[in-house]
Ligand binder design. Structure first.
Ligand SMILES: O=C(CO)[C@H](O)[C@H](O)COP(=O)(O)O
Length: 291
């Protein structure tokens, strides 16, 4: 089938390649003309035969919103827009309504696989009406990993991005647990080869995983991570997971702690720990360290 793909960065560029390898035609648009097959969204839409499917793979928020606004003006009734970015799931209902007003379908799709997806396939979690999902199905089949699992129709509009958000929350907590274990192992003098301990865990253990494999890759590149600063960014999904937990009164201690650990990583000198030091000094005369 034919697909229009908007956004040809690290994810979108590799997805275009994987879909083409499966024998489909992909017309890609990106603001960077070096990456794009066409010069504008209008040209992309005009080149596709109807009913069209256009997959949006641009950063969540303003970039996704403006792309969907533009597509709403260009596409025709019966066409479908897929939002494959890491959009906040609460935006999906709004996008579906905006497009439905013009007779255009909408499917939200969480995509996992990172830069390895080209070869390994992308795990897909999508939400929307069966009729719209069916129009995209050949593309889902091309992107997903080989084998029985790796893609799911998670539910109604929004369910795909909600599933991806929870996936990322789990990702935060798993990474935090590996990172904490690694730091503790590195701290203790009697432990001599932390990297090899991590490597040994890749087979037979309860905690083997792809993230563990990637941790070993990272330690192979830089055994004690000396070249990195202990600073971790976030792009929103952990925060939205914690917000959803509050809305639903679901306790998420591990995911919440892993999000807050990232915030702490961005402080050179913790203001709250200054207060703790000051209070210990006030009530107990405990020593403080001064600048
Ligand atoms: O979706 C992903 C992996 O599954 C992206 O890599 C995402 O950027 C990870 O989230 P964060 O940037 O908040 O760590």
């Amino acid at each position: 089938m034919e697909l229009g793909l908007v956004g040809l960065g690290k994810m979108g560029g590799n997805m275009r390649e994987r879909i083409r390898r499966a024998g489909h035609t992909v017309i890609g648009y990106d603001r960077n003309p070096d990456l794009a097959d066409v010069h504008s969204l209008e040209e992309l839409v005009n080149k596709l035969k109807g009913p069209r499917v256009v997959w949006v793979m641009v950063p969540a928020g303003a970039a996704t919103q403006s792309t969907i606004d533009e597509l709403a003006e260009l596409l025709s009734p019966g066409d479908v827009v897929v939002d494959g970015g890491n959009s906040r799931w609460t935006d999906d209902e709004k996008h579906a309504e905006e497009l439905a007003a013009k007779g255009i379908g909408f499917v939200d799709c969480g995509v996992s696989g990172g830069v390895w997806g080209l070869e390994n396939g992308y795990a897909l979690m999508y939400g929307g009406d069966a009729e719209n999902v069916a129009k995209v199905q050949p593309i889902f089949d091309a992107l997903k990993p080989e084998g029985e699992f790796g893609s799911v129709h998670a539910g109604k509009v929004g369910a795909g991005h909600f599933a991806k958000m929870v996936h990322n929350g789990i990702e935060y907590a798993m990474m935090q647990a590996y990172a904490e274990g690694w730091e503790l192992l590195e701290k203790v003098d009697s432990v001599e080869n932390v990297r090899e301990i991590f490597r040994s865990w890749q087979e037979g253990t309860v905690i083997r995983s792809w993230l563990l494999d990637l941790a070993v890759n990272a330690l192979d590149e830089d055994e004690h991570l000396d070249q990195l600063r202990g600073y971790a960014s976030d792009s929103g999904e952990g925060r939205w997971t914690v917000e959803a937990a509050i809305d639903n009164a679901v306790p998420l201690p591990a995911i919440t702690a892993s999000l807050f650990a990232r915030f702490a990583s961005r402080q050179d000198d913790s203001p709250q720990m200054k207060m703790i030091a000051a209070l210990r000094n006030q009530f107990g005369g405990h020593a403080v360290e001064k600048k």
